[in-house]
Each structure stands twice: as structure tokens, then as C-alpha cells.
Unconditional design. Structure first.
Length: 363
């Protein structure tokens, strides 16, 4: 097989290149800027890695495999903080999550409302129907550092990274994997434009109180709140960058090249109101950092890992933003097998399963 080109050096791209090289292939990753650059969906400081996915065992097993590979990779890419998943007692998705985690043997515990208040008094949860699932072995990945570390190891293995702008079908000498996130629908507007939806997302970091350690990683977990339709989630004060808060709901459509990356005052004010209600000690906390990035979800939220229907030498790996970073190692492994072994795409990840209307089912 001739050189395999991988377009995009985000988490899916670098792990695909790494697995291809480990399998003995000659690999040429190409990115318009660099691995982990500021506009990529894989940039930024931190990403959650948790195992629970409702009844979607396929994603639970991908997360298990990925967490193992992240840990094996080393370089301080992962910090075990535990992940706290809050929901109401009658939430079917959370009930299914607990059943799946138990079935596959993932360490977890159910935490009552009373125990939540006792173990993490930083939080205010006025609804007595709220309880939680706690994954003690899960936590946070250091996103930009992780991507650049995998890229550096791929170079050590003999991979040749290039910086270049790429147009669709411009690479005809050998197989090409397009793993370029929110740029996929721009490169293939007719095929992927109706199937991948880049959206504008905002993330905020707030300073903890002076002299306080109550929001440090040892005292406070990564958390996700499924009781709130906005999908709030957050991180402890990792590397003293601030307490992170974001909302998982989809923002407006966004162009990764020309979109305005200044945070909006309205969303910042919404974040401040949430903090004051949920974490009283952070009421009025100074904003230390903010970031505007993008998701690039498919219609259902399922990944896209498949061939081009008319060009068997072209492969797509994408649709991961919002929940995909954690899965980078396993997704790269699947993509490498698709390219090298010619195996059919998993039906969940096939192009044919992607619709043109957003109806996200994977969280």
C-alpha cells in the first residue's frame, strides 16, 4: 500500500495516524495549521472522559478501551477526578447507564441526594429527587497537551507531519483519511454538508475563592447535570486555570474559519447565574478565561467512520465533537482497521445512517 494521508491533526486524526503507523503503514498527516491548534475542536484545556452512555454499550466499550490507551500512553494526559453524573430518580437514560456500567463491570456507585450534599457541600441541589452516578476511575483529559503528545509520539515512530491547506479530491496518490472535524462539511459540501452540523459553543473558567481548595481536583470531581435541559457540566480547578463551566446544548451554526470567537455577554451572564445558584462560593467569581469553539455533530450524535460512497480510497472519520474527544484512541483504532483491513463500517458509524435533520440521541 502506498502512503496513507490523514487530513486533520485533531484527536481523531492523530490517533488514526498513530495506529496506522503502529501497524506498519507509511503515514503522512496533513493539517492546515498544527496539531491541537486553537480553532480545532480538539484544542482547549480539558475534556471529560466518562464511561456511562445510557444503554449505548457500543460507546461504553469504546470509552473503556480509550481510557486504557490514554493511561498506557502516559505523559500526564489523564487526571482521575471521578465523574459525577446527576439526574432525577425517574430518568430512564440514567437508569440505563447504571445497568450498562454494572453489566460491563465498570466501578460505579449510586449517590443519594443526602450523600451528595454531604460529600460535595460546594453544591446546592434543592430538588430532593436528584441523585447521582459516580464513576470513581473516570476524570479529565488535558486536551491540547494530549493531542500534541500523541502527534509527537507518531513522529517518533516515523510519521511525517505536513502543514498544508487541502481541497477535496486533491490527494490522489493513495488512500486518504479525512479527519478534519468541522471542516468536513466544507470540504465535501454536497455529501457531508447536509449530514454534519458545526455549532458555536462557549466555555468559561472562573477563579475559585482565594486560599480555598474546595474546588481542587482532590476535593471536587468533574460533573454533568442531566436534570437541566441546558446540559451544564464542569471541571475542578485543573492546573489552576479556573473552575470550568459550559452548557452542552447546541449553539447556532458556526463556520470554523470565519466565525466570531469572542464570548457573548448573554451566555457569560447565564453562566454566572448558574454558578451563583449551584455553587454559592463562586457567586461573583472573576472570569479567568473563556473560549469559543465548535461542535461538529452528525444528525444523531453517532460518529462517522466510513468510506466515501464513490471513492473507495477516501475515508471519513468525524462527527465527534461534544462527546468524542475521550474516544480518540478507540476511534483511531477502528479507522485504521477500516483502511488496512477493508472491513465494512459499523452500521452505527456508517454514512448511510446519517440523516439531514438534527435529532441528537447520543450524549
Amino acid at each position: 500500500m502506498s502512503d496513507i494521508t490523514v487530513v486533520g491533526a485533531g484527536v481523531f486524526g492523530v490517533w488514526t495516524a498513530w495506529h496506522l503507523r503502529r501497524a506498519g503503514a507509511s503515514v503522512r498527516p496533513v493539517d492546515a495549521w498544527s496539531s491541537g491548534h486553537t480553532r480545532t475542536s480538539s484544542g482547549g484545556e480539558s475534556r471529560i472522559i466518562r464511561i456511562g452512555y445510557g444503554a449505548d454499550e457500543i460507546y461504553t466499550r469504546l470509552a473503556i478501551r480509550s481510557l486504557d490507551l490514554w493511561k498506557q500512553f502516559g505523559h500526564g494526559l489523564f487526571q482521575r477526578t471521578g465523574v459525577l453524573w446527576m439526574a432525577r430518580a425517574d430518568d430512564p437514560y440514567t437508569v440505563a447507564t447504571g445497568c450498562t456500567l454494572r453489566a460491563v463491570g465498570v466501578p460505579m456507585e449510586f449517590v443519594s441526594h443526602a450523600d451528595l450534599s454531604h460529600r460535595w457541600p460546594q453544591m446546592r441541589l434543592p430538588d430532593p429527587a436528584v441523585y447521582a452516578i459516580f464513576e470513581p476511575e473516570s476524570g479529565a483529559l488535558f486536551a491540547r497537551h494530549a493531542v500534541t503528545a500523541v502527534a509527537a509520539d507518531a513522529v517518533r515512530l516515523g510519521v511525517r507531519f505536513e502543514t498544508a491547506a487541502i481541497a477535496p479530491y486533491s490527494l490522489t496518490a493513495g488512500p486518504t483519511v479525512f479527519a478534519c472535524g468541522a471542516w468536513l462539511p466544507k470540504l465535501f459540501p454536497d455529501l457531508l454538508g447536509p449530514r454534519i452540523f458545526p455549532t458555536r459553543q462557549e466555555v468559561f473558567f472562573f477563579a475559585p475563592p482565594p486560599g480555598s481548595t474546595e474546588f481542587s481536583p482532590g476535593a471536587f470531581p468533574v460533573w454533568i447535570d442531566f436534570t437541566d435541559p441546558r446540559g451544564p457540566y464542569g471541571f475542578p480547578d485543573l492546573n489552576s486555570r479556573g473552575v470550568k463551566l459550559a452548557f452542552d446544548r447546541h449553539g447556532p451554526p458556526f463556520d470554523p474559519d470565519t466565525g466570531d470567537r469572542r464570548p457573548s455577554p448573554e451566555l457569560l451572564e447565564e453562566a454566572r447565574r448558574f454558578l451563583a445558584q449551584r455553587f454559592p462560593a463562586l457567586a461573583g467569581a472573576p472570569l479567568t478565561e473563556s473560549r469559543v469553539c465548535q461542535y461538529e455533530n452528525t444528525s444523531s450524535g453517532d460518529f462517522l467512520i466510513d468510506r466515501h460512497p464513490a471513492r473507495p480510497d477516501i475515508f471519513f472519520v468525524g462527527g465527534g465533537s461534544g462527546h468524542g474527544f475521550k474516544h480518540g484512541p478507540a476511534v483511531g483504532e477502528l479507522a485504521a482497521r477500516l483502511v488496512l483491513e477493508g472491513a465494512p463500517a459499523d452500521p452505527r458509524f456508517s454514512l448511510g445512517a446519517k440523516a439531514s435533520v438534527q435529532n441528537r440521541l447520543v450524549f
